[in-house]
Write a protein that binds this ligand. Structure first.
Ligand SMILES: NC(=O)c1ccc[n+]([C@@H]2O[C@H](COP(=O)([O-])OP(=O)(O)OC[C@H]3O[C@@H](n4cnc5c(N)ncnc54)[C@H](O)[C@@H]3O)[C@@H](O)[C@H]2O)c1
Ligand SMILES: [Zn+2]
Length: 386
């Protein structure tokens, strides 16, 4: 069987079960270098770095491979860690002929990507994502960066990877709540682009959820997992290829994210991003239906699919609609005091047009009313998954 492979923006995204064991050949072919600097974290390193190292030694024995393990977690995605990593690369003699490899989730990818973008004014970068979110989102599109005390992702650069190596098998060691959180972005990709794929991804997500519930191992090396992941990546790459620097179309990837970011901010980031996106997709679809933008039934369809995937679909209990609206005012999409949303018009289609843009703007009062009604319907507990 030929592994699914998506090629976009001049770099290959290779999706193949077991490919971590061929990392040396794949990375070496896509980004030849004298030194490979592999950056990973304390959860991923012990599990997956040895097989990556063995593969480099086996396939390209003459090159130098150095690795560095950072602590795990969003709190490490800082300028301090960036400077620690660049100092480490300098101290071990990395030069312009170095390729940076990220082995980890979105945190390691964003950070290592920013290191690659800036080290000696830019060296090649190859992410090997180890979370579902990393595979379908963070590794795709070329955005790199770090957080600051003022906000997330405020310092960074665009730096397209030389290749992306996706091995679904690494998800066997990923904690269940991170698997579900990644599924929210997979379903978002279906919702903005392809109704049939949305339904297939929804059936897949529910099968994954059931396996996780029963504590049985999910067959991540199976063909279906590879296909679902590859299609999700193709949707994101398709959008990014048409709008690499986020001037227009790329906004459609923000579906569900105005409400999601507000939830994250208002709950002090106690919610996992994917869980907040799940609630955001449903809440924004209700707002879109009430505004006459989305077809009736869109929100109900989304809620059924996200519920079946074990994701939350109700607003947090401990946050008022007023607090959410206030948090939304810090969103990048605010224009002229009105709140911006990347709405769906139905499952598989986004609302908007090339002329008018892909963002719909609404006054506070319309948004607050709908959020108030949703809050009465019932709420989710804080969804950290722990
Ligand atoms: N650049 C982009 O376009 C983009 C897009 C989306 C998200 N992001 C960023 O991604 C980050 C979130 O990424 P994430 O959800 O992958 O978080 P993460 O990198 O923190 O990974 C989640 C947790 O899982 C652990 N882990 C990762 N892979 C594992 C595996 N295979 N087995 C066991 N444990 C594993 C990690 O150590 C961590 O504790 C955020 O910082 C976000 O801003 C970036
Ligand atoms: Zn997201």
């Amino acid at each position: 069987v030929t592994p699914p492979s998506v090629d976009v923006l001049g770099y290959g995204v290779r999706v193949a079960a077991g490919s971590v064991g061929d990392a040396g050949g794949i990375v070496g072919g896509a980004a030849p270098a004298h030194t490979y600097a592999i950056i990973t974290d304390a959860n991923v390193g012990p599990r997956w770095l040895p097989s990556v190292m063995r593969s480099f030694e086996r396939t390209i024995p003459d090159v130098r491979v150095v690795s560095h393990q950072i602590r795990a977690g969003e709190s490490e995605k800082t300028r301090a860690t960036w400077s620690l990593l660049t100092d480490w690369m300098l101290s071990v003699g990395c030069g312009r002929d170095t390729t940076v490899v990220a082995l980890g989730g979105g945190v390691v990818i964003d950070l290592a990507g920013f290191v690659a973008a800036t080290f000696m004014r830019g060296v090649p970068f190859v992410p090997i994502p180890t979370t579902l979110l990393g595979m379908v989102d963070a590794a795709i599109g070329g955005k790199t960066g770090v957080d600051t005390p003022v906000g997330k992702n405020l310092v960074g650069a665009f730096h397209q990877p030389a290749a992306v190596l996706v091995d679904p098998e690494v998800l066997t060691t990923l904690p269940a709540f991170h698997v579900r959180a990644g599924m929210a972005e997979v379903l978002k990709h279906g919702a903005i682009a392809d109704r049939d794929y949305f339904n297939a991804a929804s059936a897949f997500a529910s099968a994954v959820h059931h396996a996780l519930e029963e504590g049985s191992s999910f067959p991540w090396s199976g063909e279906e997992a590879g296909e679902i992941i590859a299609r999700s990546i193709a949707i994101k790459t398709g959008v990014v290829a048409r709008d690499e620097r986020e001037s227009g179309l790329r906004q459609v990837l923000n579906a569900g994210h105005t409400v999601a970011h507000a939830i994250e901010l208002a709950t002090d980031y106690r919610w996992l991003h994917g869980a907040a996106v799940s609630v955001g997709l449903v809440a924004e679809a209700v707002i879109a239906e009430r505004s006459g933008v989305a077809r009736a039934g869109t929100a109900a369809h989304l809620r059924t699919a996200l519920d079946a995937a074990g994701l939350p679909t109700r607003l947090p209990t401990d946050v008022s609609p007023e607090a959410l609206v206030a948090a939304m005012h810090t969103d990048k999409k605010v224009r002229g005091g009105r709140l911006g949303f990347a709405f769906l018009s139905e499952i598989g289609c986004v609302a908007g047009s090339t002329e008018e843009g892909w963002t719909t703007f609404l006054p506070d009062r319309d948004v607050r009313t709908v959020l108030g009604d949703l809050a009465i319907e019932g709420s989710s507990l804080p969804h950290t998954g722990i």
